[in-house]
Design a protein around this ligand. Structure first.
Ligand SMILES: O=C(O)CCC(=O)C(=O)O
Length: 296
């Protein structure tokens, strides 16, 4: 259970780290399931419903950037984790007694080339009728400054929604200069394997290239209060309600004003955030390609 101090930190700063929350045996099973799925990328030629591939991936030398939501149907441990009390209890302390899964994925940030994620707010991708929306991140590996920890800008969840457009289209990344933010103030969320990060959907965050020789795998779950409804609409009510992990469905969205920009027109490069961010104008983090060109 979260302490009153942790609940206050989340309200003030927009993030929390719960060190070593998941016990080693469960973590070992999660890693084994991850390895099985990553091994399956041998022979894969293009992004699909499971694999988001790194630039430089080949079917014989697979490089996977992200495992997409298909993980939840491919390996039972991932679907069980969505409802694991170790994760859900702190989430319900922050969101209330009705909680719905919005989505999830596993970012792999492989040793030596794992891609950065440019500064962004999740809220720019999926604005809701109120901002009781957050993401949890479970580190499958020890995470320190060298292997690309989640970097967060404290308190930004109480401020503006930044422009995530470039050339008139959504690109899922903020222009680091136009934002006016001082990214030297960013806080790295580090911790031993099994640690859980929690960040508010409006919090500005990102992560750098993994320059270490260690992976940094992060399993992300996005949760919303059941009465926070996505402003981009609900296409299939039964599917929407099937993602409720706590409490009962409701047809009465709670409306509480928060700054919003719609993610439209849609990104030129559809798919994951990595795909969307290919359309970004100005980058903040160095990519593996830029680093290898600089070394020539
Ligand atoms: O994997 C990371 O470091 C950042 C993940 C993230 O912010 C996202 O995928 O939206």
């Amino acid at each position: 259970m979260l302490t009153p101090g942790q609940i206050e930190q989340y309200a003030e700063q927009g993030y929390l780290v719960l060190p070593a929350l998941i016990p080693p045996d469960k973590l070992a099973a999660i890693r084994a399931a991850t390895d099985r799925l990553v091994d399956g990328a041998r022979g894969v030629v293009a992004n699909d419903d499971l694999y988001d591939l790194e630039p430089g991936h080949t079917p014989t030398l697979p490089r996977v950037r992200r495992l997409k939501p298909a993980i939840f149907s491919r390996e039972p441990i991932f679907s069980a984790l969505i409802r694991d009390p170790l994760i859900l209890e702190p989430v319900s302390q922050l969101l209330g007694t009705g909680v719905r899964l919005h989505g999830g994925k596993l970012n792999l940030k492989a040793a030596g080339y794992g891609s950065p994620v440019e500064w962004h707010q999740d809220w720019a991708f999926y604005p809701h009728s109120n901002d009781d929306v957050l993401a949890t991140g479970l580190y499958l590996d020890d995470c320190d400054l060298a292997n690309g920890p989640l970097l967060v800008m404290p308190g930004t969840h109480r401020g503006s929604i930044y422009d995530h457009h470039s050339d008139g289209r959504f690109c899922g990344a903020m222009d680091p200069i136009a934002s006016g933010l001082d990214f030297n103030q960013a806080v790295p969320l580090t911790g031993p394997a099994g640690s859980l990060t929690i960040h508010h959907a409006r919090l500005v965050h990102g992560s750098a290239l993994n320059t270490s020789n260690r992976t940094r795998r992060l399993l992300l779950h996005e949760y919303a209060a059941t009465d926070a409804w996505p402003l981009m609409g609900v296409k299939d009510l039964a599917e929407f309600d099937s993602r409720i992990v706590l409490g009962a469905p409701t047809l009465e969205p709670r409306v509480r004003p928060a700054p919003i920009r719609m993610p439209l027109p849609a990104a030129e490069h559809q798919g994951s955030i990595y795909e969307n961010q290919r359309g970004a104008g100005r980058l903040y983090f160095q990519t593996a390609q830029a680093r290898s060109i600089a070394k020539m």
